[in-house]
Write a protein that binds this ligand. Structure first.
Ligand code: NDP
Ligand code: MG
Length: 377
């Protein structure tokens, strides 16, 4: 494997921190990183990994970061527009996107236009503009490699069987923090934030509680693997050992297994097409004893059906779904709305969508802005 030079967008988050430890393990040099509010960790990471360029997207922290790094050979930039510069930097060949939310769209596209290897964790840009992200990557010979564990699994199941005919993709999900509940009234934030298997940022943990994470992943899979949504099935698998499966037309099913630890898919995205020595153990199958599967309770958790509906609405459907979800999850985390209001917010937003199957990036950005303004007014 050639020694890759890495840029991690969102290095201070759950994925970002894991990505830096995997990069260190692999002996990869980290050229550039970004953070939004956690300036202290940004400075620590810069010094520890000998980073050359840093972006603090929240400009309020610029002076603090600049002063803390004075005397070191580091360039410090403030504001979102500089994410595009570090993503397209000539000294970088691999960009790992670990920002949360659709705000990561422009920098994802900048990495595509610069022809980088893009290890995509930040799923929302793929949700709102997947067709355009994939087209841009193809046009500029960029490689888009999934980091999301389900998509990394599907990628691994498919890549060995390139010309084989796929019947269905099985996207597995743990069921999230609220699996088994029969009533979602008055769900406390503390309960919704307790994920049984994965340790992740707050937004994706709430998405796991509503099962919207699986809805977003369905849209993500649709774009990454060019599969129509009726061939993407979702099943609950509480142990999170099988990360997803691909069924072929002869009835054969290939699955990818591993412990629920994001360092495995992060490392594979960085080392692809090779599997290198890693930081994670193999599951102990005897201790596990059995693996279980359940159907989704779509009446209680309508997110996956809403995601399917949004895809039928054309380019703006997933954009509206995502904007409503981001705003509602933020409001729930700030104790402004109840848990079930997240579903209501999305349900009331989808009818506002106008059909469009040929939207440009600018159209998507304008529509996203318009939706957010309407939802917040
Ligand atoms: P975290 O909340 O832990 O981290 C988010 C990162 O984005 C932080 O570095 C944060 O900076 C930065 N950030 C937050 N807001 C902004 C903003 N407005 N502008 C620029 N940067 C910002 O999230 P996760 O690591 O959990 O998730 C990151 C992405 O990866 C999400 O899209 C998620 O869906 C996806 N993902 C995550 C998985 C996981 O296991 N965590 C699994 C699969 C996918 P700061 O902390 O400095 O404020
Ligand atoms: Mg996932």
């Amino acid at each position: 494997m050639k020694n890759r030079r890495l840029c991690v967008l969102g290095s201070t988050g759950s994925i970002g921190v894991n990505a830096l430890s995997v990069a260190e393990h692999l002996g990869m040099s980290v050229h550039a990183i970004s953070a939004h509010n956690n300036h202290q960790l940004l400075v620590e990471q810069t010094l520890r990994y000998n980073v050359k360029r840093v972006v603090v997207t929240n400009e309020d922290h610029y002076q603090t970061v600049k002063q803390a790094l004075a005397g070191h050979a580091v360039e410090v930039f403030a504001g979102h527009k500089h994410l595009d510069d570090i993503a397209a930097d000539d000294d970088v060949d691999t960009v790992l996107t670990a920002i949360v939310g659709a705000i990561g769209l422009q920098s994802t596209l900048a990495a595509c236009r610069a022809g980088k290897r893009i290890c995509i964790a930040n799923k929302e840009p793929l949700v709102i503009a997947g067709r355009l992200v994939m087209e841009t990557a193809q046009k500029h010979n960029a490689q888009v490699i999934p980091v999301d564990s389900e998509h990394s699994a599907i990628w691994q199941c498919i890549e060995q069987h390139k010309n084989h005919e796929i019947r269905d993709i099985y996207l597995t999900g743990s069921g999230g923090p609220l699996r088994g509940r029969t009533d979602l009234t008055d769900i406390k934030k503390e309960d919704a934030l307790q994920h049984p298997n994965w340790s992740m940022g707050d937004k994706i943990t709430i998405d796991s509680a509503t099962l919207m994470n699986k809805g977003l992943e369905l849209i993500e899979a649709h774009h990454l693997f060019n599969m129509s949504s009726d061939h993407i099935k979702v099943i609950i698998h509480p142990e999170s050992i099988i990360h997803s499966m691909v069924a072929y037309k002869d009835g054969s099913v290939i699955a990818q297994l591993g412990l629920p630890d994001m360092r495995t898919p992060i490392q594979y995205a960085l080392t692809w097409p090779e599997h290198k020595n890693g930081l994670v153990e193999t599951p102990n199958f005897i201790e596990l004893g059995s693996l279980n599967f359940e159907d989704v309770n779509h009446d209680l958790f309508p997110s996956i059906q809403l995601a399917r509906q949004s895809l039928e609405l054309g380019d703006f459907g997933p954009c509206a779904l995502n904007a409503a979800n981001e705003i509602a999850v933020d409001q729930y985390l700030k104790d402004q709305i109840a848990f079930q209001d997240i579903f209501k917010c999305i349900e009331s937003t989808l009818p506002l969508v106008t059909q469009n199957h040929n939207a440009s990036i600018q159209d998507i950005i304008n529509f996203d802005t318009e939706m957010r303004q309407r939802l917040q007014s």
